[in-house]
Design a protein around this ligand. Structure first.
Ligand code: NAP
Length: 301
């Protein structure tokens, strides 16, 4: 019988909910295994520990790994193959083995989209989203939305960071289209706007906003009162508000959105979905999402 030796590489990792989520999934199936935390020091001191863990994967001592901050980019160079999502985002959050090859995947992008599906059927084709933040999670979110044809505005406190993300996405889309339809694309259609966080209210002057996504840690425990949306500025009328922060489950942003009668999605939905997709990569089994969610919720209370 297969023993599933799973785990998470990151730093720091001690507050991660992943062991509770994945161990609950293993228990729900009654399969042997354990999900452990592997604290790997920040680069450049990560090399010996990272190499040892990757060697354990190749030797089959470890079955599969998740990867989190600050190793999501660093780990790319240790792997044999990347999925299209991982390659496009430039980050890996899940590693599994196919034959003798180590594959790096990114389940954050589909994990983000899944909870959104039940809210977007009412939207027209020219859907427009405003993403707050331009870090690692924003890369997965913008890639996912861009692939689904959303018009995007990225808002960050450091404008060059937002611009770099917008440029890399536009370039990626140009490459994809030039491969499928050479000569039939134009730069203009791929324009992704960027705006300084201080000026976020100006976005609603130039575009309708159907979706706001907070990808910053603003509002996370122990700063529950903090809100990335500026004081005194109305949230966009009729928009879906999606906060990637999952602790607390209802952030100040979501609380304000609910009070304004807007539809809300919390970060726990994405956390469970990205974990469920990783579990399915490792085991080939349908992830027991309800058991995984229950275990995460218990940790948060
Ligand atoms: P990250 O790579 O460090 O990026 C964070 C982004 O937020 C950066 O653009 C950063 O700007 C910005 N930011 C941080 N503090 C800010 C502040 N006070 N004001 C304005 N901007 C600020 O982190 P990440 O991996 O993207 O994670 C971000 C959040 O998403 C975390 O809370 C994480 O737990 C959550 N997350 C949730 C899920 C899920 O499954 N629900 C998945 C991934 C991430 P600077 O670069 O200028 O600091």
């Amino acid at each position: 019988m297969t023993y599933y030796a799973l785990g998470l590489i990151g730093h720091p990792v001690k507050h991660s909910l992943s062991p509770a989520i994945h161990n609950a999934a293993l228990t729900a199936y009654g399969i042997a295994g354990e999900y452990r935390l592997f604290d790997v020091p920040e680069p450049p001191n990560n090399e010996p520990r990272m190499t040892a863990l990757i060697d354990s994967l190749r030797a089959g001592i470890i079955t599969g790994l998740n990867v989190t901050i600050p190793h999501k980019q660093v780990v790319l160079s240790y792997l044999d193959k990347l999925t299209l999502a991982a390659q496009s985002i430039g980050a890996v959050n899940t590693i599994y083995q196919i034959g003798d090859r180590l594959v790096g995947d990114n389940t954050d992008a589909p994990g983000f989209l899944k909870p959104l599906e039940s809210y977007t059927h009412r939207l027209k084709d020219d859907k427009a989203a405003l993403i707050i933040g331009a870090g690692g999670a924003a890369r997965a979110v913008t890639y996912a939305l861009n692939q689904q044809g959303w018009k995007l505005t990225i808002s960050a406190r450091r404008l060059p960071q937002a611009q770099e993300l917008a440029d890399s996405l536009a370039k990626l889309q140009l490459v994809q289209e030039s491969e499928t339809d050479p000569g039939q694309y134009s730069d203009d259609r791929h324009a992704i706007r960027v705006v300084a966080l201080d000026n976020i209210q100006r976005v609603m002057e130039w575009t309708r906003v159907d979706l706001v996504v907070n990808t910053t840690p603003i509002g996370m425990t122990p700063h529950e009162d903090a809100n990335p949306w500026p004081d005194g500025c109305n949230l966009p009328h009729g928009a879906i508000i999606y906060d990637l922060v999952y602790n607390p489950p209802e952030t100040a942003l979501l609380h304000a959105a609910k009070a304004a009668g807007l539809e809300c999605i919390g970060g726990l939905d994405m956390l469970i979905e990205q974990a469920a997709l990783a579990f399915e990569c490792w085991t080939g089994l349908d992830a027991p999402r309800e058991a995984m969610r229950k275990a995460a919720s218990e940790q948060l209370h």
